[in-house]
Design a protein around this ligand. Sequence first.
Ligand SMILES: [Zn+2]
Length: 574
Amino acid sequence: MARHLITSAIPYINGIKHLGNLVGSQLPADLYARYQRARGNEVLFLCATDEHGTPAELAAKKAGQPVAEYCAEMHAVQARIADGFRLSFDHFGRSSSPHNHRLTQHFAARLDAEGLITEVSETQMFSHADGRFLPDRYIEGTCPNCGFDSARGDQCDNCTKQLDPVDLIEPHSTISGSTDLEMRETKHLYLRQSSMKDQLEAWIDSKADWPVLTTSIAKKWLNDGDGLRDRGITRDLDWGIPVKKGDEDWPGMEGKVFYVWFDAPIEYIASSLEWVDAGTGAGVDQGWERWWRTDKGADDVRYTQFMGKDNVPFHTLSFPATILGSGEPWKLVDYIKSFNYLNYEGGQFSTSRGRGVFMDQALEILPADYWRWWLLSHAPESSDSEFTWENFQTSVNKDLADVLGNFVSRVTKFCRSKFGEIVPEGGSYGPQEETLIADITTRLAAYERQMEAMEVRKSAQELRAIWVLGNEYLQSAAPWVAYKEDPDRAAAIVRLSLNLIRFYATLSSPFIPDAAQAMASAMPESPDAWPTDLAATLNALTPGAAFAVPDNLFRKITDEEVEEWQASYAGVRE
Ligand SMILES: [Zn+2]
């Protein structure tokens, strides 16, 4: 039995995510976790919410809530939606947990002991009205280059000139609007990533099997311009993990917190401590260290991370710098699966403009399986992909309703009408069945290969091809014709087809878990293990055993619905 540690990039706390976020990390991670569990492997699948930083503080302020209360509430909302999409996390943690506080402070102490932390004095814009230092993007003013009146402190969106806040004419805080700003000196801790460049590069070079999308982004950050830069890991904020050296105070750093990007990936580990505390890992060995410490049994763990391409630099460089720099035997990632972006109807999803379908809305429209199937079968792997309602309609109606749903419905209803709701006895499999079993055996091997390789789209294609084989078989074997001449022959065809439904339940469960459950529970003997001997699997149901005709697995999406949804989610013009 192999052991798989799987993490999905952790979604930020402020608000509900759109479908592009879902397919960029959580959903394919869930596909892989479900597949590995179905293969009988031991899996620990972790995710969490990313709760620190200025956007969380501002979102809480806007909601009129204390930030801790806001985060607790939004975590519950995101957890409920994740559950709605059947994301099978072993634990869905929180980066603000006490476990992550302790672990982040521990890592900072270790990095300091290894000589990898340096203190840097810098000047930053301080807003008297807001009582805080302002991150560059929360300062706006007139661009000295082109005169654009809402240039940001880091860049002018009109002429693209890179700016410093001090360059702006009449700068103001975008939080309060105040112009009462001054440059003030402040001190921050920096992680000396530059001194680890060779170590990080050697580690990335050792990952010959990683996707080009992942390694090319890492290489760019390692080598472009001045090469890998040291990184500030503290901020002048209230909300976050207090800067401490393990349990000890950090002189000169009083009142500061760690930068959200320093503590967020550490939450992957902290989440497993939360998991142990919560006792949700029933049936799995509770020791978290055997997943994370190579000196405590994690040597045989395969660790896979899923994320959108924008997260790759932090996961290939910053987080490994934290792990390697600690000098302790922590588990490093073995494989990073990264994704491009999903666009929406010829543009981008936009939270602020309400453009596109968000996770909560999607579940109000249709059940999770419809979305899971479309998103996974169109995952933005080799390039960006695009959601359109028409494409969604075509995919659901053809793949799910016409191919899989129709097969299940035809077989079970035909059987009921001729033999009753029992697995029919009589007849035996002949050349047609042998051909089918051989064809599916070939396809099944291909499906397994693609799933192991995390080729999400190709896996969906193989699965669909296996569904199609069943339909083609039923069409050509035509039990409704055979029944008139030779009822035993019809019985054998139907029996094999019922076995196929049970087999499809196992095979389809990583993609469409609810429909798989419906197929499985309709059949008398529940599918337990992944099929290794297909001839035996397709002969497993006991003749004479009772089954149930399941409700239609999928309904079709109408043209009227497509029109309505296109209009509803087009977004409001600004
Ligand atoms: Zn400008």
